[in-house]
Ligand binder design. Structure first.
Ligand SMILES: Cc1cc2nc3c(=O)[nH]c(=O)nc-3n(C[C@H](O)[C@H](O)[C@H](O)COP(=O)(O)O)c2cc1C
Length: 151
């Protein structure tokens, strides 16, 4: 199993209704394909973590990356994982303030990212914990975090 984390920029700001349509589509298809994850949205900025079998996730990511609703899709993390971090969520959703979004990575907005930062070995386990914290609150972060599979 792998997870992929990317950031992107909506081509046009997504209304609540646009987001609902997108989430309905994601959740329906992700249940079918046993994909889980979380989507963050703030003022046109998108971050998504998707987890599942590589054979399903890689082609899905290609599809997502070429989706006309967003651009500047930058794949930041692809990694083998032992367990899912969002096993109960066909796609959790978390709208964020711009400032909260900025805390998700060492702040660069998606449309300024040209390539994965070379410093990204900075614990994607931490990134996932941060996401869990943002979505589920302080009790969701394991005291003894799951060891990341490979650096
Ligand atoms: C920001 C964003 C996130 C998306 N996330 C997912 C997802 O998690 N799962 C999914 O099946 N489609 C997702 N999509 C939709 C896909 O890009 C694509 O529209 C969908 O897989 C249907 O493709 P098809 O019409 O070729 O079957 C996402 C699209 C966008 C813009």
């Amino acid at each position: 199993m792998i997870h992929i984390f990317y950031m992107s920029r909506a081509v046009c700001p997504l209304s609540d209704q646009d987001l609902q349509v997108l989430l309905d589509q994601c959740r329906r298809d992700n249940v079918r394909h046993n994909i889980t994850g979380v989507l963050f949205y703030s003022h046109g900025n998108i971050a998504q973590l998707i987890e599942g079998d590589a054979a399903v996730l890689e082609p899905l990511f290609d599809k997502i990356a070429s989706d006309g609703r967003h651009s500047n899709v930058v794949r930041l993390v692809s990694k083998t994982i032992a367990t899912r971090s969002f096993s109960d969520w066909s796609m959790a959703f978390h709208p964020m303030e711009a400032s909260g979004f900025e805390a998700l990575q060492e702040f660069q907005l998606p449309h300024h990212l040209q390539q994965p930062p070379s410093t990204l070995t900075i614990a994607d386990a931490m990134m996932v914990d941060l996401m869990r914290l943002a979505v589920f609150g302080p009790d969701s972060v394991p005291a003894d975090p799951v060891e990341p599979a490979h650096a």
